[in-house]
Design a protein around this ligand. Structure first.
Ligand SMILES: [Zn+2]
Ligand SMILES: [Zn+2]
Length: 238
């Protein structure tokens, strides 16, 4: 008991993946960190995987169709062990996962994504419907945003936008159903004129929800929208 207490004082950080002391000031050890699935070439606008021969950095779909957002930054590919960490965050109250992943996003924002460009002036976590928020007790997108807000000193706005439709999980629907499922799912009580917004979400599964939300923000004046997601799917079917 005493040894355990002493150890937790000496080595207070435990890796969320292997469960061992992490030996650094983060609940993730270096070995597990280095194994995480970092995306290769992605579309600058939507973060879809690009084929090796595509050297334009914009995917075919974004070339054909204007998107309501201007850029997407994805930290990881949605595969093991990121899928597990995000599911535990959503369904098992593992808020520590959001802290670690949010810190990794903050690192990337500072070191790479915004090294040479201006930061957004406000962060909006993808809103959850109030029923789901009540069941879960927290919005996982807000939990991911916390370390970023703190480190990058960008204000977060969680009150001006609402999800007013309790939408069915997108993954269970056909492509057509997904579109109608999210139609008019959000409202905002604010104009966003001249705002450069970062919309943060855990994972962008089909893109429909994100597009619907960003449409609303753009229709209400947003100047530029950057999407930040912890993980992007490795297959896109939208
Ligand atoms: Zn580890
Ligand atoms: Zn694209």
């Amino acid at each position: 008991m005493l040894i355990k207490k002493l150890l937790s004082w000496l080595l207070p950080y435990t890796c969320i993946l292997c469960g061992h002391p992490s030996h650094r000031e983060q609940d993730l050890c270096l070995a597990c960190h280095q194994d995480l699935p970092t995306p290769k070439t992605s579309c600058n606008i939507c973060a879809a995987i690009l084929s090796a021969e595509n050297n334009m950095l914009i995917c075919g779909q974004c070339l054909q169709q204007a998107r309501p957002f201007d850029a997407t930054f994805a930290l990881f590919d949605y595969k093991t062990p990121i899928d597990k960490l995000l599911l535990e965050l959503k369904f098992n109250q593992k808020l520590v996962n959001a802290r670690v992943l949010g810190e990794l996003m903050a690192d990337k924002i500072q070191s790479t994504w915004y090294k040479t460009r201006p930061l957004p002036n406000v962060i909006i976590p993808m809103p959850l419907h109030f029923q789901r928020l009540r069941e879960r007790g927290y919005n996982q997108a807000m939990e991911l945003a916390r370390p970023i807000v703190k480190r990058c000193r960008i204000p977060v706005n969680i009150h001006a936008c609402q999800r007013i439709k309790p939408t069915a999980p997108q993954a269970t629907l056909t492509a057509k159903e997904r579109e109608t499922n999210v139609k008019q799912a959000f409202t905002t009580n604010k104009r966003w004129d001249n705002d450069h917004i970062a919309v943060i979400d855990d994972v962008i599964t089909t893109g429909n929800t994100m597009r619907e939300f960003c449409h609303l923000l753009k229709a209400n004046g947003a100047k530029r929208i950057d999407v930040w997601c912890c993980a992007r799917p490795i297959h896109r079917d939208d």
